[in-house]
Ligand binder design. Structure first.
Ligand code: ARG
Length: 272
């Protein structure tokens, strides 16, 4: 009798506090407002089987097409699909948590998420707080300006008003440009909007999202000369070498099998 009451109470407690019920991993996933189960896992052999290896929580900032962005209720893009493929390789269930870009490293290092995939550039400062997997994409910071702008290259940025996404390598780079005034936005798209409204002179952002924004908005262009060459990798907690190894093994197999190229080609056409 007592036991029954206790389990009833526990069940009620679970309804009110999901965090109290799951494993450590699951609780972090449930606490987010954008947690999402990947399609790949659902289509396999049901929740039980896919959950067997545990839940793999990906932290991202889904404001970065074609790497991660919202499509209806879902978070899609290259990183979302790479993460789903990795989860599948590991026999785990993927959950995606959407957050501010500058919260991702903390989420990963603090154990709220297992890995950060966010078109995240490997850089020495970040490496103080997290480990990075092998790289999976080459990237660059580029400059977006109005079509009629006289700004023709990186040297012309001195003294200009430059828009960036807060906490990105574009932000770090823009800070070093002589006499430039850096305007920081929560989303890259907000910087692009400010440029369209002539509030700023240029946007410094990664090359692939830049192409998307320029294609979607009239009157903008990407300058030919990039500012930096960078590489994307997956951020994993310093004390989680086990996952780091597994992720690197999974990445290698996705590279070997051609699956990684397949994912990238789905979102980025080669002739662009
Ligand atoms: N590559 C840049 C960086 O690592 C920008 C990444 C922004 N990613 C995003 N999902 N918003 O700082």
């Amino acid at each position: 009798m007592k036991k029954k009451l206790l389990s009833l109470l526990l069940a009620a407690a679970c309804v009110f506090s999901m965090a109290a019920c799951g494993s450590e991993n699951e609780s972090a996933g449930d606490s987010g407002n954008a947690a999402q189960t990947s399609e790949a896992d659902e289509t396999e052999d049901g929740e039980e089987a896919s959950g067997e290896g545990g839940t793999l929580i990906m932290a991202t900032n889904a404001e970065f097409p074609p790497y991660e962005y919202h499509e209806g209720d879902e978070i899609v893009g290259i990183d979302a699909e790479i993460a789903a493929a990795i989860a599948e390789e590991l026999g785990m269930e993927l959950k995606i948590e959407d957050m501010a870009f500058d919260s991702i490293i903390t989420a990963v290092s603090g154990g709220k998420a297992d890995m950060g995939l966010a078109g995240m550039t490997v850089n020495p400062d970040r490496e103080k707080n997290v480990n990075f997997s092998d790289t999976y994409a080459a990237a660059a910071q580029v400059i977006i300006v109005k079509e009629d702008s006289e700004t023709a290259g990186p040297d012309d940025l001195a003294g200009k008003k430059i828009g960036v996404q807060l906490g990105t390598t574009g932000d770090i780079y823009a800070e070093d440009i002589e006499d430039a005034e850096v305007e920081r936005y929560n989303k890259g798209m907000e910087a692009v909007q400010a440029l369209l409204q002539d509030k700023i002179d240029a946007v410094v952002i990664d090359g692939e999202p830049a192409k998307v924004y320029v294609a979607e908005n009239e009157g903008l262009k990407v300058l030919d000369e990039p500012l930096t060459e960078e590489e994307y990798a997956i951020a994993i907690a310093k004390d989680n070498n086990d996952l780091l190894e597994k992720v690197n093994t999974a990445l290698a197999s996705l590279k070997d099998s051609g699956k990684l190229d397949e994912i990238v080609n789905k979102y980025i056409s080669a002739d662009e």
